[in-house]
Design a protein around this ligand. Structure first.
Ligand code: FNR
Length: 371
């Protein structure tokens, strides 16, 4: 097992986390749905995309900065919402918020965080988005969105791939539940902060009880009547839904398969990205999450048209390994790797990263004559 000091890539945090965490918690963070085909494919698909680097470009100065929904950030690598971070480390979302702010990037806070929107805001300045699960009781949603607005959150990431929870078999076997000293802090005052112990995944039972399965495109419009915050639709995988998202007023799209935890046998997000980018026609920004573990992955996503990426498991595993310092290190490693990838591909700024800097299996006919 690598020691923290010896870590040279973000994947290595997982081994340390596995060693440190109780099995029920590690399994909750690590698992995907059912056969976990999409979980493996999220990684494998990146490895099938290759570079077409340009040489002899002066790369003595490289600019990684970008703007997301009008907010300037230090790099196109952001933090995805992952639930219940205090199971990983006592400082949980506080540590993630501080590390993200220190890295100059955006943190997305999960609805199911073990720290409230107000608590996360109290950690100090930082650009933060709030991930929303829509509950059957819409008064809860209205209150929660108000609280996020008041706490200074800048956008809503509306998760649309979870009308029911995917079958994560490890959680079922472990009878997953939240450790008794923790609550879903945003819902504590509503008496919805606890997961019951069941013969199933405690989270699956909670979702079945609280989350609105009837959620549909009309609700995306409804959400705009209760908030002026921009809405990112998180969980789009097709051109068809991209077009409806734009018609429904989305400010951006996150191509996501929920870290392969929902529907198994959906394609890797990097495989779905270009279809979505083409359908979006530059009208709204498209982001990606799922399997991003290397700076080269970030570059590939940008070359295929993403405006930025989000990372999920690397944050929870680095948090488990070393708290705030761990998350800072994970973000720094990805930043350094991405900067190096840009230098070695001949790109000095994000706008210089083009489709021609990568080759995929589906554009083989286009690239082959040049090989
Ligand atoms: C998630 N994800 C997630 N998404 C969401 O919208 N709300 C949530 O509360 C959670 N919680 C959550 C917990 C854990 C442990 C994981 C691993 C994932 C999905 C997350 O936002 C993101 O889509 C994926 O994590 C991205 O894939 P990688 O980076 O984990 O491969």
């Amino acid at each position: 097992m690598p020691r923290i000091m010896e870590i040279t890539n973000v994947t290595e945090f997982e081994e340390i986390a596995k060693e440190k965490l109780p099995k029920m918690i590690y399994d909750y963070y690590a698992s995907g749905a059912e056969d976990q085909w999409s979980l493996k494919e999220n990684r494998n698909a990146f490895s099938r995309i290759l570079f077409r680097p340009r040489i002899l470009v002066d790369v003595s100065e490289i600019d990684l900065t970008t703007t997301v929904l009008g907010f300037k950030i230090s790099m196109p690598i952001m933090v995805a919402p992952t639930a219940m971070q205090k199971m990983a480390h006592p400082e949980g979302e506080y540590a993630t918020a501080r590390a993200s702010a220190a890295a100059g990037t955006i943190m997305t806070l999960s609805s199911w965080a073990t720290s409230s929107v107000e608590e996360v805001a109290s950690t100090g300045p930082g650009i933060r988005f709030f991930q929303l699960y829509v509950y059957k009781d819409r008064n809860i949603v209205i209150q929660l969105v108000r609280r996020a607005e008041r706490a200074g959150f800048k956008a809503i990431a509306l998760t649309v791939d979870t009308p029911r929870l995917g079958r994560r078999e490890a959680d079922i076997k472990n009878r997953f539940t939240l450790p008794s000293h923790l609550t879903l802090k945003n819902f504590e005052s509503l008496n919805l902060g606890n997961l019951d112990k069941t013969n199933d995944s405690g989270l699956a039972a909670y979702v079945a009880g609280q989350v609105d399965r009837s959620l549909n495109w009309k609700d995306v419009k409804w959400l705009q009547t209760i908030t002026s915050l921009p809405i990112l639709v998180k969980g789009v995988l097709t051109a068809e839904d991209t077009r409806i998202a734009i018609q429904s007023g989305a400010a951006g799209i996150i191509v996501s398969n929920h870290g392969a935890r929902q529907l198994d046998y959906v394609p890797a997000t990097i495989m779905a990205l270009e279809e979505v980018v083409k359908a979006a026609q530059g009208r709204i920004p498209v982001f990606l999450d799922g399997g991003v573990r290397r700076g080269t992955d970030v570059f590939k996503a940008l070359a295929l048209g993403a405006s930025g990426v989000f990372i999920g498991r690397p944050v929870v595993f680095s948090l488990a390994a070393d708290g705030e310092a761990g998350v800072r290190k994970a973000l720094q490693i990805l930043r350094d790797e991405f900067e190096l990838t840009m230098a070695l591909s001949g790109c000095r700024s994000l706008k210089e990263i083009t489709r021609d800097h990568v080759m995929t299996e589906w554009d083989h006919p286009r690239v082959a004559p040049r090989l």
